[in-house]
Ligand binder design. Structure first.
Ligand SMILES: *[C@@H]1O[C@H](CO)[C@@H](O)[C@H](O)[C@H]1NC(C)=O
Ligand SMILES: *[C@@H]1O[C@H](CO)[C@@H](O)[C@H](O)[C@H]1NC(C)=O
Ligand SMILES: *[C@@H]1O[C@H](CO)[C@@H](O)[C@H](O)[C@H]1NC(C)=O
Length: 428
């Protein structure tokens, strides 16, 4: 894999940019209409199926929620204040000028002495997700649990995300969107880690990195041969739904194939962000039940995951913080580049050793129902090609891609094993 992105090709004349902007609006509009129609039919089928399933299923009761907790407010701080905590937000600027948002969970009552005892955990989200994905379930989330276990929890966001901010580029400038996963691994991840190490009160020299999906891809790209010199600053790498090998869905789902095919034809989705209309919707009607149902329907259809394991009271909270802005170039990297998941291939060269004894310990959390990425192949790779790397893994039966964050038993099934691994491998 190349270690830098070719930014030269991203030079389009003003007239070409205008043409792409107009055609992409029309094409995206048509695309969303067709997708919506299919998603509605799928939702009707799912509903009929669930009528039958519900008859045979006993709902496990969940914690009762207060009225305040059930409100839909697109602000993590609102929910954490209900528990006497605070979510502080900071800006971090990357080497190439992108302004990232990082958040930290703070107990305002805590003494400076106690705060200095907390060791840092940095969480990095998946594709189209944000920092919200680690804590939108409040008390039932991994971020909250890590904080309760005595860690200093930081929640990173990759470039553009909630709001595309740069030191001198503006979102309407196509140069703002000239990046893919290599930039995110090479620039965003080090900037986030550096910020945590400088700002944490414990004076730790390394962080525990907990990533989901595409966040794990950033981690794996970085740790492969310690490409960007970050290994010594990471004391443990926890990979939830690790995205190294592509899953079967990428070939099976017609719409994903279509996005893959069109991702290189600039007239269709344009050269800026991927379907910006979705974020406009979230901005204006993101706190309505209708938006939540619509988002769920689309994602359920596209990625085949469902809410069976989630706490229904919290379902709409997850969609307050997703989707977010990503570049079209990133989508093309994933679906139609030599390095990405084109034809379900792997993002690192298979049948080769990626890690050595200086690689931090790795903990893999593999949901076995995940059709988007193929975690079993990764475990197979670790067993066959990584004799020097300390690693462990768990398979979660019944779990799918997002259940590793949003299942109502995520603390018992995912949180506890992570903390156990940290205590046995890192903080012995
Ligand atoms: C993606 O896969 C298709 C089908 O095998 C192939 O024709 C195409 O060249 C691949 N694209 C890239 C960029 O590798
Ligand atoms: C939800 O997804 C799981 C696989 O992750 C599947 O076994 C189950 O049947 C699905 N439930 C519904 C109601 O579609
Ligand atoms: C997975 O689901 C099946 C069917 O609902 C259940 O019998 C089984 O105990 C579940 N497995 C785990 C590990 O929870």
């Amino acid at each position: 894999m190349s270690t830098s992105v070719d930014h030269r090709e991203w030079d389009y004349s003003k007239s070409k940019q205008r043409v792409f902007n107009v055609t992409s609006h029309i094409c995206t509009f048509l695309f969303l209409n067709v997708l919506f129609t299919f998603a509605v039919f799928n939702a009707i089928l799912q509903w009929l199926k669930s009528l039958f399933v519900r008859l045979n299923r006993k709902e496990t009761p969940t914690d009762p929620k207060s009225k305040a907790e059930l409100k839909l407010i697109p602000d993590l701080n609102y929910y954490f204040r209900l528990y006497g905590l605070q979510v502080n937000t900071y800006d971090v600027t990357t080497d190439d000028g992108y302004v990232l948002t990082i958040q930290r969970i703070i107990d305002p009552q805590e003494s400076a002495e106690d705060r200095a005892k907390r060791l840092p955990i940095l969480c990095v989200h998946g594709l189209l997700q944000s920092s919200g994905s680690f804590c939108s379930s409040g008390k039932q989330s991994l971020a909250y649990y890590f904080h309760q276990q005595g860690y200093d929890v930081w929640l990173g966001n990759n470039r553009c995300g909630f709001e595309a901010k740069h030191t001198f580029l503006s979102p309407s400038d196509h140069k703002m969107w000239d990046w893919d996963i290599i930039d995110m691994a090479q620039k965003d991840l080090p900037a986030l880690i550096e910020h945590v190490l400088i700002s944490c009160d414990s004076q730790a020299e390394s962080v525990t990195l907990v990533c989901h999906s595409q966040g794990t891809t950033q981690g794996f790209i970085t740790l492969d041969s310690d490409k960007f010199g970050l290994s010594s600053k990471i004391n443990c790498f926890v990979a939830l739904s690790p995205a190294v090998f592509g899953g079967e869905l990428l070939e099976k789902r017609l719409f994903i194939r279509f996005i893959a095919w069109m991702s290189l034809k600039k007239f269709f989705f344009g050269i800026n962000s991927f379907i910006p209309f979705a974020m406009t919707m979230r901005k204006y009607i993101g706190t309505s039940k209708a938006y939540c149902q619509l988002s769920y329907m689309m994602f359920n259809y596209l990625f085949d995951w469902n809410d069976t394991l989630w706490d229904q009271d919290l379902k709409c909270r997850h969609f307050l913080f997703s989707p977010v802005y990503v570049s079209m170039k990133l989508m093309a990297w994933w679906l139609n580049s030599k390095e990405g998941f084109n034809q379900s291939k792997a993002i690192l060269e298979p049948k080769k050793q990626w890690f050595d004894s200086t690689t931090p310990p790795i903990f893999l959390v593999i949901p076995t129902q995940d059709l988007l990425v193929d975690g079993r192949s990764l475990v197979g790779h670790m067993k066959s090609y990584e004799p020097e790397c300390r690693y462990s893994y768990i398979y979660l039966e019944n779990y799918s891609h997002l259940d590793v964050l949003w299942s109502k038993s995520v603390i018992d099934d995912v949180g506890v094993p992570i903390i156990n691994f940290l205590e046995s491998e890192v903080y012995k």
